[in-house]
Write a protein that binds this ligand. Structure first.
Ligand SMILES: Nc1nc2c(ncn2[C@@H]2O[C@H](COP(=O)(O)OP(=O)(O)OP(=O)(O)O)[C@@H](O)[C@H]2O)c(=O)[nH]1
Ligand SMILES: [Mg+2]
Length: 272
């Protein structure tokens, strides 16, 4: 389950499993770690993977991408494949904000075109909206923002926060003729041994930050005097870029240390 923060990933997970994962009721993001919860559906063991939402209010998009990427890589190396990916989107959002568009682009880069047949875009929060307007908005979303994904095989379904609609979404993924498929980012990191910033999703995120950075710098240079607010925004983007690289460096270092420890532990044994 992926989506922007507050789109209802954890609520979806709790609805059909025995898990009692923490749901966010305030303005801030809630889920900070990837959490798993299982259920039995039509005799099949299903594991739901609840992820921290994109556009996290406390952490950067890069931190969330790192977390998801690390988990996806591990899963793929363990030989497990995802039967499907559910992207939740709030139908109650008045408009598709820049960050919502950006989050979905990032999601598409994580999955890649080939895995789109195993993707469901599920709209949530139907209880919060006028039904007629929401149906119009749903049509606009499928024609405009999600149409490329749909043309590659993704399906758009409604989730009305009931157990039956959540199960219908899972059944759609399980019943679908497609085999579980590796996501593009999993193949890039494992088969092509790419680091996160070199994957399509990583590159996309860095490009987006660069564009933002250049735009703000241009604005700043066209102004007389120092604009404190603009300077703060630029510093914030620089900070996000640095943290994205830093998190990856820490990850690589941790792996190196643990493999060095494995070698250390192994050498004395060979002499016995
Ligand atoms: N009406 C309605 N409310 C929902 C639905 N899904 C979630 N909510 C509410 O939306 C809020 C956020 O839900 P969460 O499940 O924590 O959202 P999340 O996507 O896990 O958020 P992060 O963990 O921050 O990424 C909570 O108050 C939920 O009760 C839904 O389908 N319909
Ligand atoms: Mg959550």
């Amino acid at each position: 389950l992926m989506g922007v923060t507050g789109s209802g990933e954890t609520t979806f997970t709790n609805l059909i499993t025995n898990a009692r994962l923490k749901v966010g009721h305030g303005l801030g993001s809630c889920t900070t770690e990837i959490q798993l919860a299982g259920l039995k559906l039509d005799g099949k063991d299903v594991v739901l993977i609840d992820t921290p939402g994109f556009d996290d209010t406390d952490r950067s998009q890069g931190d969330v991408l790192n977390q998801i990427a690390t988990f996806l890589k591990q899963t793929y190396e363990d030989g497990r494949r995802l039967s499907g990916v559910i992207y939740l989107h709030r139908i109650s959002d008045i408009r598709m904000s820049g960050s919502a568009i950006e989050s979905f682009r990032l999601f598409k880069e994580i999955c890649g075109d080939e895995a789109m047949t195993n993707v469901i875009v599920a709209t949530t929060m139907w209880q919060h909206v006028d039904n007629v307007k929401a149906v119009e908005k749903e049509a606009e979303l499928s024609d405009k923002y999600f149409n490329e994904a749909i043309s590659r095989g993704a399906r758009m379904l409604r989730h009305d926060n009931t157990e039956s609609s959540a199960k219908a979404i899972l059944r759609d993924l399980l019943r679908h003729d497609e085999e579980p498929k590796a996501l593009l980012m999993q193949k890039e990191m494992t088969n092509e041994r790419k680091q996160i910033p070199d994957t399509q999703a990583g590159k996309h995120l860095l490009d987006a930050l660069d564009n933002l950075f250049r735009g703000l710098q241009k604005k700043l240079s066209s102004q007389d005097g120092e604009d404190q607010e603009m300077r703060r925004k630029i510093d914030n983007i620089e900070d996000k870029r640095r943290r994205f690289h830093m998190a990856i460096a820490v990850d690589i270092l941790t792996r190196l240390i643990s493999s060095a420890q494995m070698v250390n532990n192994w050498i004395p044994c060979t002499y016995h």
